[in-house]
Design a protein around this ligand. Structure first.
Ligand code: AMP
Length: 183
């Protein structure tokens, strides 16, 4: 316990997030963040870590990406005293939506957001749990910008650097609490 408290946030996350091989399909090593959520010290430390990074950035809205992004985005919005916007998979949002389609390794996917989620020029931080190939986050950036939001940065709890997600996010600052080095 004492040892855990002396470790950096990055090291605590590295020791707590667990690898689930071949989930949800063969060849994928899934980074399971649920042990972080179970940890009553680490979960608030994650929110504090993100709040420390962006507390002086003038964030007005935090856009969380469905679904694990919501878990971190909503408490971060409370910590920073700003709003929360859900970016969702198609067909989930009840009001009028804007949509962006994006390429997956096999096939396509899409994200939607309510058309009135952002005021023009509003300063937006996008949050998700894991940065992998970057397709999801770059689609979210395009969606927010299309609605007039000013994307300040994209923030993640963990980043799989080997998948080079940052290459798809060259025009926006990227912040990750934990980086798994690339192959
Ligand atoms: P990508 O578009 O490839 O960057 O994938 C990012 C989205 O998929 C995020 O919403 C993650 O939650 C999820 N994801 C992708 N790969 C993984 C992984 N290896 N472990 C956990 N989540 C992942």
């Amino acid at each position: 316990m004492t040892e855990q408290l002396e470790l950096s946030l990055e090291e605590r996350l590295r020791r707590t997030i667990r690898d689930i091989p071949d989930f949800p399909q063969p060849g994928i090593v899934f980074k399971d963040i649920t042990p972080v959520l179970n940890d009553a010290q680490l979960l608030p430390a994650v929110i504090r870590g993100l709040a420390d990074e962006f507390g002086r950035a003038g964030v007005e809205q935090i856009a969380g990406i469905e679904s694990r992004g919501f878990i971190f985005a909503a408490p971060l919005a409370l910590a920073l005293g700003c709003g929360f916007v859900p970016i969702r998979k198609p067909g989930k949002l009840p009001f009028r939506t804007a949509r962006v389609d994006y390429q997956l390794e096999y096939g396509t996917d899409a994200l939607e957001v309510h058309v009135d989620a952002f005021r023009p020029g509003q300063r937006v931080l996008i949050v998700d749990d894991v940065l992998a190939t970057g397709g999801t986050a770059s689609a979210a950036v395009r969606l927010v910008r299309r609605l007039g939001g000013d994307v300040l940065a994209v923030a993640f709890v963990a980043e799989l650097a080997g998948l080079r997600g940052r290459d798809k996010l060259l025009d926006v600052p990227v912040h990750s609490l934990l980086t798994y080095p690339g192959a």
